[in-house]
Design a protein around this ligand. Structure first.
Ligand SMILES: [Zn+2]
Length: 264
């Protein structure tokens, strides 16, 4: 069944990408770790498994059923216009990525949302496992919004599946601590988000952190004036200022973080 296939493909991309980028990071690291990689991985993989279980229990089926419903009943903006099938898929990916850009910006600008999103930014080093480090509260709100957006757009099931796979793969790449040739980054940066662009977003400096919100495409930051480039990458310190003690960033601390102070 297509829905089961989509979930299996997403899981395979996620686990496969994690192993692929981990091996590359060990072979050609961007820079040495400043805190225990093993402990960070324990935290990030624990929170990822916990999140997967909750999302699977409460959100996977509603998202798939909404997509199937809007496709079968010709609901949403895409059903009002006559476009080729491939254009519907690209349209779904581009629209959902733009909405994710807006949601990410709000996660930084609205204090209540930042309480959840800072769990992601509190990682003291950045590598492929950081792409899995989110608070379940943020992911749950994001899933509810996604259901609304799929309904509004009349998103295609294949389009949503392609989008989900691209989100996982591109987020793993731009979080990875991988030494990427600068000529490749320069070309990639024209349309997409390379590691150096997202590294600026994970800076402890707040005015640097509140830039570069893109996930798949870098064009939203370029068009809406939130792009920041040209920083000395060697000087970027990763994390959230107030949360700088690794022993206070274990799994249970991350779960409780939205309810704690300070919120910088
Ligand atoms: Zn962010």
């Amino acid at each position: 069944m297509l829905s089961t296939d989509a979930a299996v493909v997403r899981l395979l991309v996620s686990v496969g990408g994690l192993i692929f980028f981990l091996i590359l990071e060990l072979l050609i690291p961007y820079r040495p770790s400043t805190v225990s990689k093993f402990q960070r991985w324990v935290n990030n993989i624990s929170i990822s498994i916990f999140n997967s279980i909750i999302l699977r229990l409460f959100f996977t089926v509603p998202i798939l059923q909404t997509t199937l419903y809007v496709n079968e009943n010709k609901v949403g903006v895409l059903s009002l216009i006559s476009v080729p099938y491939w254009a519907r898929i690209i349209g779904t990916v581009v629209f959902l990525d733009f909405m994710l850009y807006i949601w990410h910006l709000l996660n930084h600008e609205v204090p209540f949302l930042w309480r959840f999103h800072r769990v992601h930014h509190s990682d003291l080093n950045m590598d492929v496992s950081t792409a899995n480090r989110f608070h379940i509260g943020e992911l749950a709100m994001s899933a509810v919004i996604k259901i609304g957006l799929i309904f509004f757009l009349g998103a295609d099931l294949l389009g949503v599946t392609v989008y989900e796979i691209l989100i996982v793969a591109t987020a793993q790449f731009h979080h990875s601590s991988l030494k990427v040739p600068s000529w490749f980054e320069d070309i990639y940066w024209v349309l997409f988000v390379p590691p150096s662009m997202h590294r600026i977003h994970h800076s402890v400096v707040i005015k640097e952190r509140n830039t570069n919100y893109g996930t798949i495409f870098s064009v939203w930051d370029r068009l809406l004036g939130t792009l920041l480039k040209g920083l000395n990458q060697e000087l970027i310190r990763i994390g959230v200022g107030a949360y700088n003690r690794p022993e206070k960033l274990h799994f249970h601390h991350l779960l409780a973080m939205p309810a704690t102070h300070p919120v910088l």
